[in-house]
Design a protein around this ligand. Sequence first.
Ligand code: URA
Length: 237
Amino acid sequence: MNPVQLRQHLESLAAAGVLDLPRGPSVAAVSQSPQPAPPRVQTPPRVQTADLLAGLDVLRSEVAACQQCAELASSRKQTVFGAGSPTAKICFLGEAPGADEDAQGEPFVGKAGQLLTKIIEACRLTRDEVYILNVLKCRPPGNRRPLPDEVTNCRGFFERQLSLLSPDVICCLGATAAQALLGATEPIGKLRGQWFRYREAAVICTYHPSYLLRNPAAKRDVWDDMKLMMRHFDVQL
Ligand code: URA
């Protein structure tokens, strides 16, 4: 890691709430010492890449044409399918697009998204190396929580999306994602910090970045969850 990369990494850590690093070699020594290879977060997909991309394209078109939730379909600017690497080993599953995502057609691009980007970078990854999707593909008006019927209507979409992506790890951001994926009923504070399973994938739950914007003290817990998640890939943060 050169000094510029080191500085960017430390800034990401700080933005993600990591202000205390374990005692170790000095920063100068760290910047000069050999660094472990970056985490291998992409592997050959389990289906052929062409089939995977074609499958995602078909699904994206179905999502874009969806009219199942009349209120959402009539109020959205566009659907927000997902973004990132189709061969990523880690998928971040959020709740639903907000105003910024509705305008740009990409998940997590507003304030909460900027914080998610910092969290991803603190894991020594980039947004392009993971995949980000939401339970709902349309913005609920006024950014209200998704209704149970809306989650039911979108279930076929996010489940097919995850089955095409076949990540090793799914990180549920907040209670809506955890409940939709795992059927969990406990609050997110009880679900975080442990592993669950969804089909072939290991699942970890953590606080939603929007919650962190209101409760910065919870960043410490999210950092612990990210450390646990990255240990799955033999990466010590
Ligand atoms: N919150 C979410 O859950 N998803 C987004 O895409 C943006 C904010």
